[in-house]
Design a binder for this molecule. Sequence first.
Ligand SMILES: *Cc1c(COP(=O)(O)O)cnc(C)c1O
Length: 393
Amino acid sequence: MNEINWKNYSLETQAIRAGHKRTHEDEHSIPIFTTSSYVFKNAEEAALRFTGQKAGNIYSRFTNPTVSAFQERLALMEQGELCLAFASGMAAIMAVGMGLLKAGDHVICSRGVFGNTVLMFQNYFGKFGVTTDFVDLTDTAAWAAAIKPNTRFLFLETPSNPLTEIADISALAGIAHQHGCLLIVDNCFCTPALQKPLTLGADIVVHSATKYIDGQGRCVGGAVVANEDIIEKQIYPYLRTGGATMSPFNAWVFLSGLETLALRMKAHCDNAFELAQWLEQQPAIAKVHYPGLLSHTQHDLAKRQQSHFGGIVSFELTGGKEAAWQLIDATEMLSITANLGDVKTTITHPASTTHGRLTPEVRAAAGIKEGLVRVSVGLEHVDDIKRDLLRGL
Ligand SMILES: *Cc1c(COP(=O)(O)O)cnc(C)c1O
């Protein structure tokens, strides 16, 4: 039988079938390869594999069949050339920085990114002589104005966490490339089921697989997707040396997560849209942030760039922090946890948790108000989610 070219198939099919190299045992489901190393037929073969002249597994820090299956599947779904898996989303972001940056380089990052991403650029890459400027995600002119001769890449999340602001990926890719920079998109909130940044001009996609890719809150993992040149020359050597590897067990969980990703994302989006519309009618709520709402400033851009609006809704209570905490504590079913992208609806107060380690000034500039509550809308019945929120409204 010829090997199937999965590029000719749609995302839903790739998610279920691509990446599995069936072994001599003829298994139907992908096995978990729990082996730290691999044997060579003879000394010469060992030498050829180590120099990369012959393809094949060497050591599970950088090659493992279960992890490779996950990488191949996600690369296809993102319409990228290659993918590398990591121990966490932060490890993936760290790998991009370690692979691409050197002392004296400059990075531009959107202000609303995940709290640890801000700390990664500021505190850790900063420690080694990389400077980072933070700009408003939606202000395309500000991105262009921030570019310097030593700017290496632009880094963003869209939609942003927790305000669901949308960046114009094509426009920013154009600006980046005009100045010889790369555009990196954290595609955690949309996943390839809703948005494929590489097809819009981005150079690198990073993922926290912990979120929607797993989808059921079980494992921590991350990934980087890009072209062969970037992956093989800049990211892979760092993974091999740095060692923030995804475990085969976690890869196996993420592989099954990918199989239901498109279905789950559709259901998350349907629930989130209905909840957002309902929240907009509640008198205790000053503002609802959801790209599917007509009141969202970038509704049209979201519609153009994404196939659906996502599963994250945030809203501001008129009563500030006290009202936000009261609402969270009044829920009976919702999980009070900072994780997102789970089948279980989760609720969190960003100002005191995910964004709590930022200084008040940085937090205010990012628009994270004290009365803001973020809900990652799960797959329970939407009426039950509404009822649980109503207890504290
Ligand atoms: C969670 C998250 C990360 C970090 O991923 P981990 O798997 O928790 O390390 C990065 N970016 C975004 C947008 C996230 O939500």
